[in-house]
Ligand binder design. Structure first.
Ligand SMILES: NC(=O)c1ccc[n+]([C@@H]2O[C@H](COP(=O)([O-])OP(=O)(O)OC[C@H]3O[C@@H](n4cnc5c(N)ncnc54)[C@H](O)[C@@H]3O)[C@@H](O)[C@H]2O)c1
Length: 323
């Protein structure tokens, strides 16, 4: 298929690009606001631009006959979204709307969307199934959920979509890895700490109702996430659609992830225990049955493989990407 990949220079996007480029013809569209040109394969077709630029979008669609779009571009910091909600609604919702409209203008009606577990908010049941209540507790989740609602509404125009709700994407593959500025994700923060970079690692909350008192999350390898994109495209080609959780179905506490990193890195990784952060649910674990059954997806990498692959990248790229 000929595919437009928005946000292809980002952490997850660059893995998706490297996996999909084997079987598809790709054009990456990225403003590089948080992504890295260096994370893309050298020969890839690249449009440096923002989704707010409707003329550039139109030109890109006119110059390429796309079969489908994979939409990963967006802002991702839940905490920041509570301070700057307008930034999140503008990029994740309004700029997403620009993309959908450009697709309709150019008669491209298949889309795979990088959605998030943040659409669920505080879950009432674990594991979380796709039909669970969607009541985000931050504006990041709300801005992403609004895009899902627009996708649903645009079915009336023939839009066909697969919304993939990622849980905690982590790990590395293809010689690219995770480099966000600022970094807020646990695995890279732990590994930066092992490298002696950044502030001391802070552990938020040790009194949760979990076996060791720390929050439990579902960590899913970025390569497993990339593979789900290939399967979602096949699903769309068969005329199907849907919303799918992408999680391992297993949860690990913050302390367990730190222990795994101590074992892999051989570093003591000292931790500063702090009070709980507001709005952090105690446990978030996906039910991944729907993706397994309907997409034929099977996550292959556990926590150890996530930490090992991430460490391999961080220890050889201690300063992340250079730009
Ligand atoms: N990282 C995770 O754990 C996680 C979890 C759930 C969902 N997601 C979703 O996955 C997607 C990718 O996340 P990531 O971790 O790779 O983030 P990232 O910041 O590394 O990548 C986002 C990419 O989008 C680009 N971008 C942002 N706004 C743009 C715009 N208006 N026009 C063009 N390009 C733009 C950035 O430059 C960057 O390359 C996001 O949509 C995010 O909501 C991520």
């Amino acid at each position: 298929m000929k595919l437009l990949i928005t946000g292809g220079a980002g952490y997850i996007g660059s893995h998706v690009v490297r996996l999909l480029e084997k079987d598809h013809d790709l054009v990456v569209y990225d403003s590089l606001v948080s992504g890295h040109r260096e994370s893309l394969p050298s020969g890839i077709a690249f449009v440096h631009g923002c989704l707010s630029d409707t003329s550039l979008l139109d030109r890109t669609f006119s110059e390429n006959k796309f079969d489908a779009v994979v939409h990963l571009a967006g802002f991702i910091e839940a905490g920041e979204s509570m301070q700057k909600p307008e930034k999140y609604f503008h990029n994740n919702t309004v700029n997403g709307f620009n993309l959908l409209n450009a697709m309709l203008r150019h008669n491209v009606k298949k889309l795979v969307y990088a959605s998030t577990a943040a659409v669920y908010g505080q879950p009432k049941e674990i594991p979380i199934a796709e039909h669970a209540e969607q009541k985000p507790t931050n504006y990041y989740g709300a801005s992403k959920l609004m895009f899902e609602h627009m996708l649903d509404a645009m079915k009336v125009n023939g839009m066909q979509s697969a919304a993939l709700r990622f849980f905690n994407a982590s790990g590395a593959a293809f010689g690219v890895g995770e480099h966000h500025e600022p970094e807020t994700h646990l695995v890279p923060l732990i590994l930066q700490s092992a490298l002696g970079k950044g502030k001391q690692l802070r552990l938020f909350g040790t009194d949760y109702p979990t076996p060791d008192g720390t929050c439990i999350r579902d960590y899913i390898h970025v390569l497993d996430i990339a593979k789900a994109h290939a399967l979602a495209l096949k699903h769309l080609e068969k005329g199907k659609e849907g919303k799918f959780n992408l999680g391992s179905g297993k949860g690990y506490s913050v302390k367990e992830v730190i222990e795994a990193a101590r074992a892999v890195t051989g570093h003591p990784i000292p931790v500063l225990e702090c009070a709980r952060r507001e709005g952090d649910p105690a446990v978030l674990i996906a039910s991944n049955e729907k993706a397994i059954k309907e997409l034929g997806w099977m996550p292959e990498h556990g926590l150890n493989s996530i930490v090992k692959s991430a460490w391999e990248w961080h220890s050889t790229n201690p300063n992340g990407f250079k730009e």
